[in-house]
Design a protein around this ligand. Structure first.
Ligand code: GDP
Length: 316
C-alpha cells in the first residue's frame, strides 16, 4: 500500500490547496468528526499515513473569537488532542500542526519570535482560542521528547485567500471586508468597517502557506515552531483601500469605532523561515487580493459564509 499524507481541514483555507494533489488525502468535516476520539481512530486506522498536515481548527476572526469562546476552546482542544494522539498511535512519524499568531502574549517585546509563545497571557479577545492552540505546542513538544517523533508546528500570520470563510460577523477581516464590499456595491449602501483602521497586520496568501507547509513537513525537525510570515505590516485602512479599488466600489465608507480594534499590532520575526528559504517569493498582497476577489465574485453562490444570507439582511 502506498503511503500518503493526510491533510485535515481539507476544505479550508490552507487544506484545500492539497485537494487532488498526488499522494495527499484531504479530509473535510463530512469525512470525520475530529472532535470525537473514536471517529478519528476509526478513520485514521483505515489507511496508512506517512505524514499529517493538521490544518483543521475551529477558527474565526475577532468577532468569532469574542462571541464563541467556549466553543473555540473546547473544539480546538479536542481536535488537536485527538489528531496528534491518534497520529502517534497509528505510527505516523511526521506531523505539522497549525498554530496562530493569536498564541503570543499580548504584552511582549516585538517582534514576536518562536521563543516567546508562553511568556504571558494572550490578548483577552482571543484568549480561549489562544490557550487551546498553546496546548497543541505543549503536546507536540512532549511527544517529541517522549516518543522521538518528527512532530512540529507552524505559526502563520493572518492568512487570506480563496476557500476562506466569508461570514461577515465571524470571519477574518479580509473575507469579511470582501463580502461587505460586494454587498455595499450591489445594493448601493455604505460599506461599514470595524474600528479605526489603524491596527496593523501581516497578511499571507494561503497558497504561500501551503507551499511553505509542504517544505516544513519534509525538511523541518525542531522543537520550536516556525513562523510563516512576510514580516511586512500593513494597516487595516490600507487593506480596505485595496479591496475598494479592486472591487470598483464607489460608495460611502463608514468607520464604526464602536466595533473593536483588537490587538493594535503583532509584528513577527520571520528570520527563521528566511534563513531556511532565502529565495522564497511571497505573493504581493495586491495580487493575492485580486485573485481572491475574482474567485469570490465568480463563486458567490456556493462559498462558505455567503450561503443563505440575503444580500440585504447581511449588510450591517
Ligand atoms: P485578528 O487579526 O485576530 O484580530 O483578526 P481579524 O482577521 O478579525 O482582524 C481584525 C482587525 O480588522 C481588527 O483591527 C478589526 O477592527 C479590523 N476589521 C475591520 N473591519 C472588520 C470586519 O468586518 N471584520 C473583522 N473580523 N475585522 C475587521
Amino acid at each position: 500500500m502506498s503511503k500518503k499524507i493526510l491533510v485535515t481541514g481539507g476544505n479550508g483555507l490552507v487544506g484545500s490547496n492539497f485537494k487532488g494533489k498526488k499522494n495527499y488525502v484531504t479530509w473535510g468535516r463530512d469525512h470525520c468528526d475530529l472532535r470525537n476520539k473514536y471517529s478519528v481512530e476509526k478513520s485514521m486506522s483505515e489507511e496508512i499515513f506517512d505524514g499529517v498536515i493538521h490544518a483543521a481548527a475551529k477558527v474565526g476572526g475577532l468577532g468569532g473569537n469574542m462571541n464563541f469562546k467556549g466553543e473555540f476552546f473546547y473544539e480546538n482542544i479536542m481536535i488537536n488532542t485527538n489528531v496528534i494522539e491518534t497520529a502517534r498511535k497509528t505510527r505516523v512519524e511526521n506531523l505539522v500542526c497549525f498554530l496562530s499568531t493569536c498564541v503570543f502574549p499580548n504584552d511582549v517585546e516585538y517582534p514576536l519570535t518562536e521563543k516567546n509563545i508562553h511568556m504571558g497571557p494572550p490578548h483577552f479577545s482571543n484568549d480561549a482560542y489562544a490557550y487551546a492552540k498553546r496546548m497543541a505546542d505543549i503536546q507536540i513538544r512532549a511527544y517529541r521528547e517522549q516518543y522521538g517523533l518528527n512532530y512540529k508546528s507552524v505559526i502563520p500570520t493572518n492568512i487570506y485567500g480563496i476557500n476562506d470563510n466569508f461570514d461577515i460577523e465571524n470571519g477574518h477581516v479580509v473575507p469579511s471586508l470582501i463580502h461587505k464590499c460586494y454587498i455595499a456595491r450591489e445594493t448601493n449602501t455604505p460599506l461599514t468597517i470595524w474600528g479605526s483602521g489603524k491596527p496593523l497586520r501581516e497578511f499571507i496568501y494561503n497558497k504561500d502557506v501551503a507551499k511553505l507547509t509542504e517544505w516544513v513537513l519534509h525538511n523541518y525537525n525542531e522543537d520550536e515552531p516556525i513562523i510563516l510570515s512576510t514580516s511586512e505590516e500593513i494597516s487595516i485602512k490600507e487593506v480596505v483601500d485595496m479591496i475598494i479599488e479592486i472591487m470598483n466600489f464607489k460608495g460611502e465608507v463608514k468607520w464604526d469605532i464602536n466595533k473593536p480594534d483588537g490587538q493594535y499590532r503583532k509584528p513577527s520575526d520571520n528570520s527563521k523561515i528566511k534563513h531556511y528559504l532565502p529565495n522564497f517569493k511571497f505573493t504581493p498582497i495586491y495580487k493575492g487580493l485580486s485573485e481572491t476577489i475574482s474567485w469570490f465574485e465568480t463563486n458567490y453562490d456556493k462559498i462558505r459564509g455567503t450561503k443563505n444570507q440575503s444580500i440585504v439582511t447581511s449588510q450591517q
